[in-house]
Design a protein around this ligand. Structure first.
Ligand SMILES: *Cc1c(COP(=O)(O)O)cnc(C)c1O
Length: 384
């Protein structure tokens, strides 16, 4: 069959180019990962606070779970019979923590980012999106009927120009960015974006805090908390699958926006809500979020050490966070470095084009607070 032939040819081409992806068989053992019998320190995890392996935490949570209180499914969309009270509890908790009117929970960050923009925009909307935003945001933009312009990464001059040139031609402009970027570990200039937004009356801000929620800010609420601009962001999205060691996502927003999304957002309406069990775990974690400041401080410390060491060794590294790219440049050299690190027992993964721009292939370290200063020092010794 034609289609099968085409698939085989494409996969063969990927394989020849060294780009074929397969699912790696992995075992997990605390902060280590075991691949083909080799135990390696996991330096590619999104478990930023190290909560997913915290046994004391799990034991405390499980103490309250009895068969009567064990709900592994919601059996429905929240608009039908799936709206267990634990959802409202989590949403109220989030809204209270952020000091916003409302919060709304989604099944994943992917659901959030592919659902919100198509719901709130139409052909009279212009979306300005940073060149490096996550694929889920790109897909959300594609699903919308808005016009979109991608601006050069963090190029505030270009954003300002684009807003100035276009604000009269559109009903509204939505600026879309991540706060901490997933490949560079650098940050958006949130305060400059906020300042720009307030110069116009039809500009809104959409900020994806997937890598910052739980990790940044005095209460772990994210980079917007740190930059003191939570209330200036119209759609502040966070996820639970990374630092929160759970699953799902949320937006904190105005009451009218939540009401609108509940009525218009297809990835919210047409899907079975997450199991109440997962929501209960998320709530359990989120309620304690502010108490993990020492983990956040430690993460900051080891991140600074690794970045400084990379720069001393001559690597470029734009990071200001726990996501630390070691930009090698050429594909082959990057893969060799990754292999060498894995030989030394460090599970770090190479990232190549098209995920990153050509000529900027890199090892992407993604640190967690469970790593010790000693382990980071051993890593630094192993880097060529
Ligand atoms: C991980 C990630 C998402 C997707 O979140 P999931 O809950 O894993 O679907 C969205 N945006 C960014 C920036 C991410 O890093």
């Amino acid at each position: 069959m034609e289609i099968i032939n085409r698939m085989e040819q494409e996969m063969q081409a990927l394989k020849s180019a060294g780009n074929l992806r397969t699912l790696p068989p992995l075992l997990h053992e605390s902060k280590n990962i075991i691949v083909k019998g080799k135990t390696m320190l996991n330096l590619s995890s999104n478990d930023y606070l190290g909560l997913s392996t915290n046994m004391e935490l799990k034991e405390r949570f499980l103490k309250d779970i009895t068969p009567e209180r064990f709900f592994p499914t919601s059996s429905s969309s929240r608009l039908l019979t799936g709206n267990f009270s634990i959802y409202d509890e989590l949403e109220q908790t989030l809204a209270k923590l952020f000091g916003t009117e409302e919060a709304l929970i989604f099944n994943s960050g992917y659901h959030a980012n592919t659902g919100i923009l198509p719901a709130v925009s139409d052909a009279q909307t212009l979306i300005l999106a940073d060149k490096l935003v996550h694929a889920s945001l790109i897909d959300g933009i594609r699903l919308s009927s808005a016009h979109c312009i991608r601006y050069r990464h963090n190029d505030m001059g270009q954003v300002e120009r684009l807003v100035h040139e276009n604000h009269l031609a559109y009903r509204e402009i939505i600026i879309v960015t991540e706060s901490i970027f997933s490949m560079n570990g650098d940050a958006a200039n949130l305060n400059a974006l906020v300042k720009l937004k307030y110069q116009y009356d039809n500009v809104l801000l959409y900020v994806d805090e997937a890598h910052a929620f739980g990790v940044r800010g005095a209460n772990g609420l994210g980079y917007a908390e740190e930059e003191n601009c939570i209330h200036d962001i119209d759609f502040l999205v966070g996820t639970f699958g990374k630092a929160i060691a759970s699953v799902g996502a949320f937006v904190v927003c105005k009451r009218i926006i939540k009401a609108y999304l509940v009525n218009r957002m297809r990835t919210f309406i047409f899907t079975t809500a997450l199991p109440p069990l997962n929501i209960a775990w998320t709530l359990f974690i989120v309620e304690q979020l502010k108490e993990w400041q020492s983990q956040r401080e430690h993460l900051k410390l080891i991140s600074k050490e690794l970045k400084a060491a990379l720069i001393l060794k001559g690597y470029k590294c734009p990071s200001i966070s726990h996501i630390i790219p070691m930009i090698v440049g050429a594909n082959e050299a990057t893969i060799l470095q990754a292999e060498a690190l894995q030989q030394h027992g460090f599970y770090a993964l190479p990232v190549r084009p098209p995920t990153v721009p050509a000529g900027t292939s890199r090892i992407r370290f993604s640190l967690m607070a469970a790593l010790s200063a000693d382990e980071i020092n051993q890593l630094i010794q192993s880097i060529q």
